[in-house]
Ligand binder design. Structure first.
Ligand code: KG4
Ligand code: ZN
Length: 347
């Protein structure tokens, strides 16, 4: 039985996973989202750390209670130790160490983005390697070829803003609350395709003459698109009338770019599966566009439900189980890192 702990950003989460190999059972998952950051329009690191401090014990207790388990049943504590906000990570790492030390359970540090790679497999037994992964969150945009669990190749990423960050910034321009991704999606759904055509944005970093081997073949970039939206917003003489159409045109462009790059990655490695992860994978239009594009190529796209797409401890427990079964044991020297490479990542 593995207890997962996640405190890398603004969610305090704990989960209990039970079983072995490819089909462990998720016994419980508790996610406490810190609401305080809404007031500031972004995550305030000090406030995040303090909120983790007050909630980590009750969140972990609730996860154990929901699983009908006690501390003595836990074989390993899997805790996110990077990347993320160091002060926030340290709360989970210190708590995980204390638990492991006190109970004799093993301690396994987990890379947050490797957790996202495993998340969808908790719900879809076929979302397992080999596959192409597109991880799109507030802080990261990564296109990864997953040959096997633990064997990864980084194909591309963002050159500036992360996909979720672009959604959040455009939401702000359109007067929507933080975090803005789901508000942009909802607003975009109000616009017809005809509406959106009035504000067409080019798909960033997508050109027909790009070839495998070119530096920009798999990479994405969203800051130019954000600036283009800014100009259109400033130029509008009736933003109330135009907002939905602008949101739709922005979303179409960002999705068009992500889908094209993902299709290229799947083709380049002859993968029959694409797995999405991260908060932006909650976007129904992204998932639908991915399926529409990949289906005819014989490639199946898997997306996690929102609870497992956004930050959660179930995915950390799952990635931790993988390493635990391979004999990984961290010591009480385990540290937290703001930036750290995914273990097993080449390229
Ligand atoms: O993975 P996540 O919960 O946290 C990070 O690790 O960053 O991702 C949060 C991001 C935010 O930028 C949020 O606006 C975005 O995911 N997001 C969405 C949607 N739901 C959440 N973006 C687009 N469409 C959505 N429906
Ligand atoms: Zn995340």
């Amino acid at each position: 039985m593995i207890l997962g702990i996640e405190t890398s950003c603004d969610e305090t989460s704990a989960a209990v996973l039970n079983g072995k190999g490819e089909s462990p059972r998720l016994e419980s998952l508790v996610i406490l989202s810190q609401d305080v950051h809404r007031v500031f329009g972004g995550v305030v690191p000090e406030l995040a750390s303090r909120a983790h401090l007050t909630s980590i014990v009750p969140v972990a207790e609730r996860a154990l209670a929901d699983a009908g388990a006690s501390l003595g049943d836990i074989d390993a504590v899997a805790v996110t130790n990077g990347p993320g906000l160091v002060g926030a990570l340290l709360v989970g790492v210190a708590f995980g160490k204390a638990l492991a030390h006190g109970t004799g359970a093993a301690l396994v540090g987990v890379h947050h983005m490797e957790g996202h790679l495993f998340a969808t497999s908790l719900e879809h037994p076929d979302a397992v390697p080999p596959f192409t992964a597109l991880l799109v969150s507030g802080g990261h945009t990564l296109l990864i070829d997953v040959e096997a669990w633990g064997s990864y190749r980084l194909l591309g990423g963002t050159r500036d803003d992360a996909a979720g960050e672009a959604f959040d910034k455009v939401a702000k321009l359109l007067g929507l609350p933080y975090p803005g991704g789901r508000h942009v999606e909802r607003l975009a759904a109000e616009a017809s395709p005809d509406d959106a055509r009035r504000f067409r944005f080019t798909k960033p970093m997508v050109r027909g003459d790009q070839q495998l081997g070119d530096a920009d073949y798999f990479d994405v970039s969203f800051s130019g698109l954000k600036t283009a939206v800014l100009h259109v917003v400033r130029g509008s003489d009736d933003l109330e009338r135009d907002r939905a159409a602008i949101a739709r045109a922005f979303q179409d462009a960002i999705i068009g770019s992500l889908v094209e790059k993902t299709a290229r990655a799947a083709a380049a490695h002859a993968r029959a599966r694409v797995v999405l992860g991260g908060g932006v994978a909650c976007n129904g239009a992204l998932v639908a566009a991915m399926r529409e594009r990949l289906g005819p190529l014989g490639v199946e796209a898997f997306a996690p439900t929102p609870r497992l797409a956004t930050d959660n401890a179930a995915m950390i427990a799952r990635a931790g189980l993988f390493h635990f079964e391979r004999g990984v044991r961290d010591s009480l020297d385990l540290n937290a890192y703001a930036a750290v490479p995914i273990p097993g990542m080449a390229g």
